[in-house]
Design a protein around this ligand. Structure first.
Ligand code: ATP
Length: 492
């Protein structure tokens, strides 16, 4: 809208200049209009800050699953807000800011809300993106407004502390001088720094600013210096125990069958965030309701995992020939996986979901945080198992492996970047393209041969399992392992 007015204004000026008119009244009018616009921007911001976001339900730390380290560190920091007199007595510099850093959906907003509940503080929440405007100075004005609003809110609620939560703080607090319209960004960030420096003076009100970001590397260093965001709290993806706790929390208000092992579900959801797990619990309830069941069963939870990872089931059905290819392809992945990592397959399915026509769900034996070359090479082999199986059984390959190849190349690059390839320790960014390409090919060729050798004696087994998958649309890891055992006489 503003851009439209600017365009029309510029055109009017050109026309009036052409007819040699007096421009002064027009310029005064434009100035007044611009002021009004900036002002209305502040009003919108005010509504967002107090209206939509601030009145969430109160949350306690017990309602946040896992994140024990983050909770502990945050609780320690909150003592500063809870015990202002002790802090003053000991001559400790008051804490002004805590930065929560972690991937999306891991509970950063929940932690900030719980902090407000725990300390009995007033709570105000905004997103960094709400501050950035095309016009220089508006963002800075909004920052000033926000801090005033925070003080006012605490006063109105009769509280002596307030928590100001700024989500996506990297948008507001990105490194200065980096943006194309950097004057606006820099002024906004400068204003935030000024406001933080002036916090907790003599007005008897303690304000703690909690920032959240999943791009800490983008933050201006001035934000993280002592006296501003003093504490950086890492909020990571939940581990096995954390996932189980989060599932329990989100299934707590839902009717669930008695014999369900949440540990099993947690085991199969490595890499899920709290938000994913919340969605899983919700989807499982929807699936159970669709089936006309009164309670959520394990099978609903397992199916909901596929739904959260891959998306809704698709109506489109591939033709008979394509189905056979997909089944052979997925069986290849599954057999290589079982051979290299026994017990790793949880389910193989050819139900089209999202972008995938078939899918093997793996079950890591434990959570991994670092990988050896051997581990990554096995992962590449599993990815190549699909195309290897197609070539062996059908005599040719298809575009169905495109995504597998992309992932395999990424893993090969990881091996090179981590200094685990034949090149030794190198800077992958400085490698000549040709050399990088050849090394990736070498890594992948070794695994291609490994897969071909491994599947060569299993053509009949691949066909047998693919037939079952076509008939039943899926096969569980346990059934798959039974077939492998009866065909080879030994567990893979
Ligand atoms: P973003 O970075 O995208 O803003 P966030 O880290 O702030 O995400 P939240 O908004 O706190 O994530 O979490 C989103 C939802 O996910 C919550 O409302 C809750 O349902 C669920 N959730 C996330 N983490 C947890 C957790 N540790 N325990 C329970 N529920 C969680």
């Amino acid at each position: 809208m503003r851009e439209l007015f600017a365009g029309v204004g510029a055109a009017a000026v050109v026309i009036l200049l052409y007819y040699q008119s007096n421009l002064i009244p027009l310029l005064i009018l434009a100035g007044v209009l611009l002021l009004l616009f900036n002002f209305s921007g502040i009003k919108t911001m005010r509504l967002t800050a107090v209206g939509k976001r601030a009145h969430g339900k109160q949350i306690s730390f017990n309602e946040i699953g896992g994140q024990e380290t983050a909770k502990k560190e945050l609780l320690e920091a909150l003592d500063f807000v809870m015990k202002p007199h002790e802090v003053k007595h000991m001559g400790i510099r008051p804490l002004k800011g805590v930065m929560l850093v972690g991937p999306p959906g891991t509970g950063k907003t929940l932690l900030a809300k719980a902090a407000a509940g725990y300390t009995g503080s007033s709570f105000l929440s905004v997103a960094g993106s709400e501050f950035i405007e095309v016009y220089a100075g508006v963002g800075a004005q909004r920052v000033r407004q926000l801090f005033n609003q925070c003080r006012q809110k605490a006063k109105n609620e009769g509280r002596n502390s307030a928590i100001l939560f700024i989500d996506e703080i990297d948008i507001l607090g990105g490194q200065r001088g980096r943006h194309s319209s950097h004057l606006e960004y820099d002024q906004t960030l400068n204003q935030l720094l000024v406001e933080m420096d002036g916090l907790n003076g003599n007005d008897g009100l303690n304000i703690l600013v909690i920032g959240a970001t999943n791009r800490p590397e983008a933050l201006d260093t001035a934000l993280l210096r002592p006296g501003r965001f003093d504490r950086v709290v890492q909020v990571d993806l939940p581990d096995l125990e954390g996932r189980e706790q989060i599932l329990e929390l989100h299934l707590h208000n839902k009717p669930v069958e008695d014999n369900i092992s949440l540990e099993k579900i947690a085991r199969e959801t490595f890499g899920f965030s709290g938000a994913h797990l919340e969605s899983l619990a919700n989807e499982a309830a929807i699936l159970a309701m669709r089936e006309g069941r009164r309670r959520i069963g394990e099978k609903h939870l397992l199916e909901a995992i596929d739904k959260v990872i891959m998306g809704e089931k698709l109506e489109r059905k591939p033709g008979k020939e394509e189905m056979w290819r997909i089944a052979v392809h997925e069986t290849g992945h599954a057999l290589v996986s079982e051979e290299l990592k026994p017990g790793s397959v949880s389910q193989v399915t050819i139900t089209p979901r999202g972008k995938a026509l078939g899918y093997v769900r793996h079950q890591p034996e434990r959570d991994y945080y670092i990988y050896t070359a051997d581990h990554l090479e096995k992962q590449i082999a599993v990815l190549l198992g699909g195309t290897g199986s197609e070539k062996l059984v059908l005599g040719n390959r298809s575009t169905g492996s495109l995504n597998d190849f992309k992932q395999a190349v990424e893993l090969a690059k990881k091996i090179i970047a981590a200094g685990l390839s034949s090149l030794g320790v190198v800077s992958i960014d400085d490698l000549p393209v040709g050399l990088l390409h050849r090394t990736i090919q070498q890594i992948i060729a070794v695994q291609e041969k490994r897969v071909a050798d491994l599947l060569a004696s299993r053509v009949d087994l691949i066909k047998e399992i693919a037939r079952i998958i076509i008939e039943k649309e899926k096969i569980s890891g346990d059934t798959l392992r039974r077939h492998i055992f009866s065909s080879t006489g030994q567990a893979c």
